[in-house]
Design a protein around this ligand. Structure first.
Ligand code: PGA
Length: 268
């Protein structure tokens, strides 16, 4: 597990975009796992800028998003489909046939649909690089606390903390209650652990407990992101505020210095 400490979200976005861009340049047919949320907006802005400068080609890239709210159609302004269009897909040359996002409008046979999402990931050869945010409660994707570490793509009930965090996006009066989602379709923790490389981004003091518990706490289903300790290639990219509860900061800084000397491609 590599912990990259950065000053602010600008530096985090730049670092994450740089790592994704070099992975795409090395393998133009990369399968990329994508995430939504405020933390990702800067990353996508940088990737769009690199594409517009002509230095990043997405034409053969295949994407799989982590999750989608149940009940929201793609065109809904709060859907993750819409978020991805707005922030990335509409501005780069990803082939729409290569874009995969769980369908929030499915009804009924959820297990079958979720198994088909897993099958699509397998058929694409698995996910090479997975981007992750983290919730204040330690969730990755919508794997809320107590999600099984072996879980696969499935229907998940959102926790109260997540509902509270999301309420700013679903303001009362703006959306009818039935449009404020209570559930989501999300890749499982087991699905995420099978990806080849993981980049987890976190900013702000609100994430500091979740970050410390994930990196330095025990592996527990009470903090979904702690399961990443079982993965062989995870990089946390976090700002000072999100790092504020880590106890081993000096060690991470020394590791970073040595990484820059010995294996610099892990940083660029
Ligand atoms: P955020 O969401 O980037 O909007 O904080 C992260 C998450 O809940 O996974």
């Amino acid at each position: 597990m590599l912990v990259i400490l950065k000053r602010d979200d600008q530096e985090i976005s730049r670092q994450a975009a740089q790592l994704i861009a070099s992975a795409v340049r090395k393998n133009p047919a990369l399968t990329l796992g994508l995430a939504t949320g405020g933390t990702m907006i800067g990353v996508y802005r940088h990737l769009v800028a690199l594409h517009k400068q002509g230095s990043l080609d997405f034409s053969r890239v295949v994407t799989f998003n982590l999750d989608e709210y149940l009940g929201l159609p793609a065109e809904h302004p709060r859907s993750f489909h819409h978020f991805m269009q707005e922030n990335l897909f509409a501005h780069v040359n990803v082939d729409p046939r290569n874009i995969h996002i769980p369908d929030g409008t499915i009804r009924g046979n959820y297990d079958q649909y979720c198994a088909s999402y897993e099958e699509a990931i397998r058929k694409a050869g698995g996910i090479d690089v997975q981007l992750l945010g983290i919730g204040r409660n330690g969730h990755i994707g919508f794997n809320e606390p107590t999600s099984s570490i072996g879980s696969r793509t499935r229907l998940k009930v959102l926790s109260q903390e997540t509902l509270d965090d999301n309420s700013k996006f679903f303001a009362p009066g703006e959306e009818s209650p039935e449009e404020s989602p209570r559930c989501a379709i999300t890749m499982g923790i087991g699905t995420i652990l099978e990806t080849r490389k993981i980049l987890l981004l976190a900013t702000g003091a609100g994430k500091s407990a979740a970050v410390a518990n994930s990196i330095e706490g025990p592996v527990t289903s009470a903090v979904s992101a702690s399961a990443l300790q079982l993965h062989p290639d995870v990089t946390f990219i976090i700002d000072d505020a999100a790092a504020s509860q880590l106890t081993q900061r000096d060690y991470y800084l020394r590791v970073l210095e040595m990484t820059a000397l010995l294996t610099p491609d892990r940083l660029s």
